[in-house]
Design a binder for this molecule. Structure first.
Ligand SMILES: Cc1cc2nc3c(=O)[nH]c(=O)nc-3n(C[C@H](O)[C@H](O)[C@H](O)COP(=O)(O)OP(=O)(O)OC[C@H]3O[C@@H](n4cnc5c(N)ncnc54)[C@H](O)[C@@H]3O)c2cc1C
Length: 415
């Protein structure tokens, strides 16, 4: 963004992280005039969405990325998960879910967020009809019956200069600006917050047994510990701890950190030889009370931010984006109340199902009560013997909704 001025668009997307960038790409091939505003340069060290984390993409998300032409740029970075092994620390219950048992090539794919950011933004840069403001942030938003009016200022974040201000009028504004969404607040939509009082410590480790397609989920008294394969043979670890213990382990030197992690996780992945930089994420469930307001609509973390226990937050947000793109592309007025309410209604069952599934899993495995622990272990043992339950779980990565958006069916957004 250079000169000051006023711009009119059909759709303004605020936030070009994982979900907003995917939505912009999905809409790029349509007749809509689309503007994407992202505060931080995508490949900078402080980009909050495309950071050192990895994302477990379900098969549904892979299909969406294939349809959008992104997958060929991700495939080399994606580690297929061919088996998931679940265990409950201190108890005998355990279960395995294999891709081959479900007739699948993989249960999902672990991809570094940075690779996703690079692939999405390279594709966005190749869309001549798409207007992009980056680095720039929406600082004010007014919504009324006719339009969304945005004030956009350049940011210093990621190397921008600052200074220029632009006024934009849009028929609809999309909140893809994350859990602390400014757009959601401007639309007067509240969010229920539930603090899990847990912190996820994320780190990559190298061991003397290179990763080979097996993912581990171990439920410990402090929370779940996920160890996922990376394409380069290392593992990525998401270690959920109490806030105090997270602070303590983050302060350890690498060798002591490896010993502490090995003590909680065991030796299933061999001896930990090297640990990378650690990053900590406080975990809370945030659920917007509505997904739509006047000339405003929410996707991804702005609508709901989940505990990472089941690796579903982005997968759910991508399905938000896939359906929204389809609806906005087809509607005569993309910001009309009836259009936005149609989106909210059609996302309801997937959203409710996935929030309930994730939150239920956190609570079930957090309980130390003897009766709950025994039932949980019986449940794991029964699950291990039940092909129907395994089939049902392997379908979770396609979502809980009754209908699959076009992108999920391999079809382009516009008819
Ligand atoms: C430890 C951890 C592990 C996870 N693992 C998985 C997993 O394996 N699988 C999975 O599906 N999900 C996972 N998730 C969830 C996933 O990371 C989120 O669902 C996803 O990042 C949501 O993306 P988003 O684009 O909605 O929001 P964000 O990632 O928060 O992006 C928001 C973007 O908006 C920009 N922005 C904010 N305000 C403004 C403004 N005013 N103007 C302009 N731009 C703005 C920000 O710079 C940012 O780029 C995990 C989460 C955590 C914490």
């Amino acid at each position: 963004m250079s000169a000051a001025g006023t711009t009119e668009v059909d759709i303004a997307i605020v936030g070009g992280g994982m979900v907003g960038a995917s939505l912009a790409l999905a809409l790029a091939g349509t007749q809509r005039r689309v503007l994407l505003v992202e505060a931080v340069v995508p490949d900078s060290d402080w980009q909050p969405s495309f950071d050192e984390r990895t994302t477990a993409l379900g098969n549904g998300s892979r299909r969406v990325f294939e349809t959008l032409g992104v997958w060929p740029h991700l495939a080399a970075h994606a580690a297929p998960v061919r088996e998931i092994r679940v265990s409950d620390a201190g108890h005998a219950g355990a279960a395995r879910l294999s891709a081959s048992g479900q007739g699948l090539e993989a249960l999902g794919y672990v991809v570094p967020n940075r690779a996703i950011g690079r692939a999405l933004w390279q594709q966005l840069a190749a869309q001549p009809a798409l207007a992009i403001c980056n680095p720039a942030q929406v600082t004010q938003l007014r919504l009324d019956r006719e339009a969304a009016r945005l004030l956009i200022g350049a940011t210093a974040a990621g190397g921008g200069g600052g200074g220029a201000v632009e006024h934009v009028t849009a028929r609809v504004v999309v909140a893809a600006d994350g859990a602390q969404s400014l757009v959601r607040a401007a639309a007067g939509i509240g969010a229920e917050l539930e603090d899990y009082e847990q912190v996820a410590v994320v780190v990559h480790v190298a061991t003397d047994l290179p990763a080979a397609g097996i993912a581990y989920e171990r439920f410990t008294p402090t929370g779940p510990l996920a160890v996922l394969p990376l394409a380069d043979g290392r593992y990525t670890v998401v270690w959920t701890l109490s806030p105090q213990r997270a602070r303590d382990v983050c302060a350890l030197d690498d060798a002591s950190f490896a010993v502490a992690l090995q003590a909680d996780f065991g030796w299933r992945i061999g001896r930990i030889l090297r640990v990378g930089a650690r990053a900590a994420y406080p975990l809370r469930l945030s659920r917007a009370e509505r997904m739509v307001g006047e000339r405003a609509v929410l996707v991804g973390n702005a609508a709901q931010a989940l505990h990472p226990v089941a690796g579903q937050g982005f997968n759910l947000g991508l399905r938000d984006a896939a359906l929204l793109a389809e609806i906005l592309a087809a509607a005569p007025d993309p910001g009309a109340a009836a259009v936005l309410e149609d989106y909210e209604r059609r996302r309801e069952s997937d959203r409710r199902g996935m929030i309930g599934f994730t939150d239920g899993l956190v609570r079930l495995f957090a309980s130390g009560r003897p009766g709950v622990a025994a039932a949980r272990n019986l449940g794991l043992a029964l699950f291990d013997l039940a092909p129907g339950a395994k089939r049902a779980l392997s379908r979770v990565s396609w979502g809980f909704g009754d209908e699959a958006p076009r992108l999920l069916r391999g079809l382009p957004v516009a008819r």
